[in-house]
Unconditional design. Structure first.
Length: 260
């Protein structure tokens, strides 16, 4: 299989944005919202919308989301395995780059299905780990899996990223939905990022050094663990990989499911 270009113009991100431009979002729920980045994307790309709610379990992320986006969305601390909303509440329910953070993904998916209205949308964006990617993307994936190891040691559920076949299988089990799948080598958020021109160069020195500092900050958190020595060795290998091959986000699936 040919490796896709990561140039933003030909990545597939524009196809996703063009599709979102045709959708009226209505009442929207963003699960695992973090700092609300995906809400920001939808606000810029949907044809129109009524309201946004973002939920997460991380207090620090929710504070940042409220500080930055309180004027456009409400944010709540909530467990996605048991949503505090009645059936058929939302016109759109989203889960972006969070499937691999869900210990009980089946429960969360069922809850998403429960709270979305008939003719409403479930929206998924998820990085995948298939090997047919550029060396810079594989370096990014290696860094992500390193981060997952550290988070797991610290008690946070964070598994390695799924393959795109695994992602499709999980989502296709949901029931009666009309399915649209977009495969993109760059996430659509990149089209609106202030660093989008800089990120066109996977070997941008400033971006590489930023990630290396991030690796060091993650390592410090597990200094007292028995695995620290092995993780330090792995970190040095990843740094060398980043300097040699650069860094750019792994490819992602963007999936729209319209409930029948």
């Amino acid at each position: 299989m040919a490796i896709r270009s990561t140039a933003l113009a030909s990545s597939g991100a524009n196809l996703i944005v063009n599709r979102l431009n045709k959708i009226s979002g209505g009442k929207i729920l963003d699960i695992g919202t973090g700092t609300g980045v995906f809400i920001g994307l939808l606000r810029q790309t949907l044809k129109d919308y009524e309201s946004f709610i973002g939920i997460d379990l991380d207090d620090e992320s929710l504070k940042k989301a409220r500080d930055k986006r309180a004027s456009i969305a409400e944010f709540f601390k909530m467990n996605a395995e048991k949503l505090d909303f009645p059936d058929n509440t939302f016109d759109m329910v989203c889960l972006a780059n969070s499937l691999h953070h869900l210990e009980k993904s089946e429960k969360v998916l069922k809850e998403m299905d429960r709270v979305v209205k008939p003719q409403g949308y479930l929206v998924f964006q998820e990085l995948y780990s298939n090997p047919e990617q550029t060396q810079a993307q594989l370096a990014s994936m290696r860094l992500h899996h390193f981060e997952a190891k550290i988070d797991s040691l610290l008690g946070e559920y964070h598994r390695a990223t799924y393959t795109k076949e695994e992602i499709k299988k999980m989502i296709q089990n949901l029931g009666e939905y009309e399915l649209e799948v977009f495969d993109t080598s760059r996430p659509p958020q990149c089209l609106f990022c202030e660093d989008k021109d800089k990120c066109e160069n996977p070997k941008d020195e400033e971006l590489i050094e930023r990630e290396i500092k991030y690796i060091q900050s993650k390592l410090k958190r597990v200094r007292s663990f028995a695995e620290y020595e092995q993780l330090t060795k792995e970190a040095e290998e990843i740094k060398e990989d980043l300097r040699e091959n650069g860094l750019i986000d792994a490819s992602a699936l963007f999936i729209l499911l319209k409930k029948q």
